[in-house]
Design a protein around this ligand. Structure first.
Ligand SMILES: [Zn+2]
Length: 213
């Protein structure tokens, strides 16, 4: 993607799709794309529904300075990912509901689905908790995402990367699905089953009640 205006339009379209698919909460989360010596990123705290393409901030790689509205508070994290991963052309950070649930457990997500192993890697690590916009969050995220296409941020959300915007969005969808499967299979083990004898008694009671009608 070499044209900044086209990249701003594409970032806005992906940000709207995130909101429509409920893959993030309110104004949380951010989307960016690399364009030569710059990257374009959703602005800080903006309502996606009223955003225009020209409101997508343009950040200079070398200086970190921007044009347009103030970019997302996570711009330094996006910048760090672009600097350390030359193949990365897009970054999405989202507070996706199921990813947030798993991130709150601070447990590494195993590859429970084929697509997770294929698209993201052998697992999804959790970056240790850190305040938004801090060097610690950058450091922990870079460590957690090493050799992967996604990481969970402890008690916070998820970060996904891709060559193109569509790849990063697909990665987030695969991660969210993987988190759902993990929640369903792992945490619901806490359920208590009624047992075969009470179940048989309930069935017989029901049949007797039906017969006496
Ligand atoms: Zn966040």
């Amino acid at each position: 993607m070499n044209d900044i205006a086209a990249a701003q339009k594409a970032v806005l379209a992906i940000a709207l799709r995130l909101a429509d698919a409920r893959l993030t909460v309110g104004t949380y989360g951010n989307v960016s794309a690399r364009v030569g010596d710059f990257f374009v990123i959703t602005p800080s705290g903006a309502d996606r529904r009223t955003l225009r393409a020209e409101d997508i901030s343009v950040v200079d790689f070398a200086t970190g300075k921007w044009t347009g509205p103030k970019p997302s508070a996570e711009r330094a994290l996006h910048l760090a990912l672009y600097r350390t991963r030359s193949e990365v052309g897009s970054v999405i950070h989202a507070h996706a509901p199921d990813a947030c649930t798993v991130a709150a457990t601070q447990r590494e997500l195993p590859a429970l689905t084929a697509e997770l192993a294929q698209v993201i890697g052998p697992s999804v690590r959790v970056a240790q908790h850190a305040i938004t916009g801090t060097k610690k969050l950058e450091r922990e995220t870079l460590h957690a995402i090493k050799g992967r296409q996604a990481a969970l941020l402890a008690n916070h959300g998820a970060v996904c990367v891709g060559r193109e915007l569509e790849d990063a969005l697909h990665c987030l969808e695969v991660l969210e699905r993987g988190c759902r499967v993990f929640i369903e299979t792992e945490f619901k083990r806490a359920a208590s089953y009624v047992g075969s004898e009470p179940a048989r008694a309930m069935r017989e009671h029901f049949l007797r009640a039906c017969a006496s009608r």
